[in-house]
Write a protein that binds this ligand. Sequence first.
Ligand code: FAD
Length: 306
Amino acid sequence: MLRSLILAAAGNETVKRAVAGAPISREVVSRFVAGEGMDDAVRAARELSEQGLSASLDHLGEHTTDLAQAIAATETYIGLLERLAAEHLTPAAEVSIKLSAIGQGVDEDFAVERAREVCAAAERAGTTVTLDMEDHTTTDSTLRILEDLRTDHPSVGAVLQSYLRRTEADCEALTGLGSRVRLCKGAYAEPDEVAYQDKHDVDLSYVRCLNALMAGKGRPMIATHDPRLIAIAAERAARYGRVPDSWEYQMLYGTRPTEQQRLIELGHTVRVYVPFGQEWYGYLMRRLAERPANVSFFLRAVATKG
Ligand SMILES: Cc1cc2nc3c(=O)[nH]c(=O)nc-3n(C[C@H](O)[C@H](O)[C@H](O)COP(=O)(O)OP(=O)(O)OC[C@H]3O[C@@H](n4cnc5c(N)ncnc54)[C@H](O)[C@@H]3O)c2cc1C
């Protein structure tokens, strides 16, 4: 209920202006976002690397309708990849990209060309790109673009969301050699026709998908903060005889850092998803929607300022 309310508010322009303009928002944002500029992203990647953690850097922005903005986002990624390589932060740091930020909603072919430029820059930098997954209306297009990009850049990774009823089949289709798949629960408000509504069903689907990926030949990237799923992932990896660096855990910046460290100490690879940039509103709303504790953190911060 709270989740749907917040996700509905996320699409409301008036709410967006009020939240984005409130001075307190920046303070709250800094818990989940590395900062607004490229320097902040590079600093976060360096700090994580010093702690033995890998990173996936995400330049915030989505649903671009302006192609000039899509080109600017592409250039930011290319510049970032050059910086990461120059500072020897690759391959531990890679990038995550939302296709809607580089024009997917306007012209799919245009977005593919921009994505190709980012993939080529990542290759030059000695690292990889993962295509974030957005709402279900973009899933087919995103998987089509993934297939296209993987012809020249086989290391491009996908994201699959266990709340979608279709995802088990999508996982089966992406278990080939070298296929990098980030498995998450899914962060958007989706209708019953396409997505499980009950949390338990989403978790059961997650485990079925996890089994398929662990049994396959690709690289499962287990993106969750859920203690039960974290434990199941390790147990399945052992069952399928996986060596430690053939799969990884992923968590969000600012979320469960102690758990990230614990997993590292057990010998696992842990990658932290690090968002940066000025367009933090949609991202923040999804984080608030998935965890009531995040909402109370937000409200507490507002109350202390008041
Ligand atoms: C690296 C990464 C990349 C992602 N990329 C995408 C993407 O491309 N597309 C997309 O739709 N979604 C993406 N997501 C978001 C994802 O879909 C979920 O919305 C988000 O991860 C919350 O789900 P959860 O699995 O962590 O568990 P939840 O169902 O939110 O929580 C389950 C349990 O985990 C524990 N937990 C969760 N959060 C915390 C916390 N902050 N502190 C302590 N315990 C906690 C609690 O015990 C909780 O009951 C990504 C998530 C990660 C980690």
